[in-house]
Design a protein around this ligand. Structure first.
Ligand SMILES: *Cc1c(COP(=O)(O)O)cnc(C)c1O
Length: 437
């Protein structure tokens, strides 16, 4: 079967396909730059594996206490090499990004210390970790106070406010690289380096931690190479390469990582325990594939930006803008469009393509949320996924795609659903029309 006929057989109309092809053609240079970066990062990962003499014995499983787990310990050295850091904690026992962030924070903060966010309100799930929203076991309950410096209206750091917020109690500054579900831009590693240098000038012993979720391998350097004492993330996002079935990482300065490890296991035990249960191979192999998987996700994000920008919607970032994470947001200002978009992503999935997502009242959110995911790993957002809170401005947040071809199909299918719902019309390809509301 010819390629176009294959798309037709999957439900993509010739108009949608043609529209997509023109956008793809216009993004050639972007795609080439993404490939070059992936090539660099692929070599970086191979170099780290060679340097640490990764061998098939490292793929063996340990059970019980997990003492002398050579595969686990070597994997942590590989992560440390990739991030140019002293040490790392890379474990299936770090259950999610939120858990890894919680361990890094609670391991390094003591009663009476203050935590500072220089980028305003942090990611939703951290509100309960910190105690911004009261929750049993929060840092607040342990006597750790919190302060934030809001961003300037243009989304950049407010250095004067940061200087004002730093005081004798300030122990740790947590910087969120990705915009998450906010509408600000994502920070570059360079910008993160600048805010770290600024804070350390005022207070040299401040611990600077970066929530690196969705940022790994998007640039050629990581925040630990720009002065961060710790970088933290989830293995079911970028660095797991789609193969890690669970897990998180904390990488950085040895004393910070050791304190996190004592918190994760127990004082006195630290990094010495924690069976890897046969997961090491997927951690290594996922890290190995990650630069290319991230490149596919980035192409998908740029392609989605290109398509929806052309259709007249506000997209963050724009298709021509430099990227620092894999998240793409599209403001539809139309609830029906959010639903159609998510249903398209779902319909293009390799898993659960026959399911129709609907908005529902998810715990912890103040409006119904619609989510699309047909993933091999539950909740994995390096796999193609989208979600949209059903409230103005009716934006969807879109990310992932283990291969560019899947991401492309998903985005074409999202547009197909918008056309099928009568929201967009492509009859005149050079003057497409989309309805708001
Ligand atoms: C995903 C994410 C987290 C936490 O992630 P979970 O793995 O879902 O707990 C934290 N911060 C940011 C910016 C994220 O994108």
């Amino acid at each position: 079967m010819e390629l176009n006929a294959m798309y037709t057989s999957l439900g993509i109309s010739p108009q949608v396909l043609k529209f997509g092809e023109e956008i793809e053609e216009s993004l050639k240079d972007r795609f080439q730059a993404i490939d070059l970066r992936a090539e660099y990062n692929q070599l970086k990962v191979i170099k780290a594996m060679q340097k640490n003499r990764v061998s098939d014995i490292h793929f063996a499983a340990t059970t019980g206490y997990g003492y002398n787990d050579l595969g686990r310990d070597t994997l942590e050295q590989v992560y440390a090499s990739v991030f140019e850091a002293e040490s790392a904690l890379v474990r299936p026992q770090l259950m999610s990004g939120t858990h890894a962030l919680h361990i890094a924070l609670s391991g390094n903060l003591r009663p009476g210390d203050e935590l500072l966010s220089p980028n305003g309100k942090p990611y939703d799930t951290l509100e309960e970790v910190i105690g911004i929203r009261q929750s049993p076991g929060s840092l607040k309950e342990y006597g750790v106070t919190y302060r934030q410096a809001d961003l300037l209206p243009d989304g950049s750091f407010d250095f004067a406010a940061i200087a004002k917020a730093i005081n004798e109690k300030t122990k740790l500054m947590t910087i969120q690289r990705s915009k998450g579900y906010a509408s600000r831009p994502t920070f570059s590693v360079k910008q993160i380096g600048e805010v770290i240098a600024f804070a350390k000038k005022i207070k040299p012993d401040i611990i600077c931690m970066v929530d690196n979720c969705y940022g790994e391998f998007v640039e050629e350097t990581e925040p630990t190479q720009a002065g961060a004492d710790m970088a933290v993330g989830s293995l079911i996002k970028n660095p797991g390469g789609g193969l890690a079935p669970t897990g998180g990482y904390i990488v950085g300065r040895k004393d910070c990582i050791d304190r996190a490890a004592f918190r994760l296991s127990a004082p006195g035990l630290g990094k010495e325990v924690g069976a890897s249960l046969g997961l090491n191979q997927s951690f290594y192999q996922g890290l190995f594939l990650s630069p290319v998987v991230v490149a596919g996700a980035l192409k998908g994000a740029v392609f989605a930006a290109g398509i929806y920008e052309k259709l007249g919607f506000d997209v963050i970032p724009g298709s021509g803008e430099e990227r620092h994470d894999i998240i793409q947001s599209i403001e539809f200002k139309n609830p029906k469009a959010v639903i159609a978009f998510c249903q398209g992503i779902q319909a293009a999935a390799p898993v659960d393509s026959f399911v129709t997502p609907e908005p529902w009242d998810m715990p912890g959110y103040d409006a119904p949320v619609i989510m699309a995911a047909g993933a091999f790993v539950q909740g994995s957002s390096i796999e193609l996924s989208a979600d949209g809170p059903m409230k103005p401005p009716y934006a969807v947040y879109f990310q992932g795609g283990l291969t560019w071809y899947h991401a492309k199909l998903g985005i074409l299918m999202s547009l197909q659903k918008l056309c099928d719902a009568g929201i967009c019309t492509l009859k005149n390809q050079s003057k497409p029309v989309c309805r708001r509301q």
